[in-house]
Design a protein around this ligand. Structure first.
Ligand SMILES: [Fe+2]
Ligand SMILES: [Fe+2]
Length: 254
């Protein structure tokens, strides 16, 4: 366990919703696209439901840490994000902070891969930018959106070369698709280009599990740059509240 992750607490299964039923988890449809084609677990689970009275899980999964009733940004880091995302975001933000970057860049680094934490990896820059847009400056959200494209293009004058890790991740011949290239061209001309470019510069491309960063060092910076909704993330009625709720109850059947 990462020393700075808060100790999780759990709800006993008998206090979770749908008591007295076996609760089945049907994975999100996007997980059904596998290296072997499309898997279709739903039909068998529906049969099991009809034969046994099992139900599909709704609400708190007893195996997942409980979230506070009014969750704040760092609660998602502690109780939902995988270890790699937890470390990666904190290490990137710390690097930006230690390099003397302003708070806009530090927060952009802290949140740049937030979508990878517990939501979606595909097009993660776009999803991440949308998730946080109501709560941060337009510049932070813009920078996160465009880091998705900028990562694939070197800017050696700014101190960014194509990451060695990407040769391994994608193979040496990989070329990004046209929409990424177009967004890269657009970003290059934009007045906030360097904010987004700094994300790619402080991004840690080799995941280091020996460096631990305490998220609490960012509490004040988050306070000044991320408007935490009073009702908690997921419950403020914002256009993105459903994305945060999806991370709170990721196993809901519907
Ligand atoms: Fe990223
Ligand atoms: Fe990253």
């Amino acid at each position: 366990m990462i020393p700075y992750r808060k100790e999780p607490s759990y709800v006993p299964p008998e206090q979770c919703p749908q008591q007295g039923h076996e609760r089945m988890i049907l994975q999100q449809p996007i997980v059904n696209f596998t290296a072997d084609g499309i898997s279709e677990p739903e039909a068998a689970m529906l049969r099991h439901m009809n034969e046994t009275g099992a139900v599909f899980m709704m609400g708190q999964n007893p195996k997942l840490p409980v979230m506070p009733a009014k969750p704040k940004l760092l609660d998602f880091f502690h109780y939902r994000f995988c270890d790699i995302a937890f470390r990666h975001l904190l290490q990137s933000a710390k690097l930006a902070l230690d390099s003397g970057q302003n708070e806009t860049v530090v927060v952009a680094c802290l949140l740049h891969d937030i979508s990878n934490g517990a939501f979606l990896r595909t097009d993660h820059g776009y999803w991440g930018a949308q998730m946080i847009a109501p709560y941060v400056s337009e510049e932070i959200s813009w920078a996160i959106k465009y880091h998705q494209a900028l990562r694939y293009y070197a800017d050696e004058a700014a101190g960014f070369k194509y990451p060695d890790a990407y040769y391994k991740f994608f193979g040496p011949e990989y070329k990004p698709p046209e929409y990424i290239h177009n967004d890269y061209l657009q970003a290059r001309k934009h007045r906030w280009y360097m904010t987004s470019r700094f994300i790619t510069i402080y991004d840690i491309y080799s995941f280091d599990d020996r460096v631990e960063v305490d998220p609490d060092i960012f509490t004040d910076i988050i306070g000044r740059n991320f408007k935490e909704p009073e009702e908690g993330l997921g419950f403020d009625g914002s256009p993105v509240a459903h994305m945060w709720r999806t991370m709170i109850w990721p196993n809901n059947f519907l």
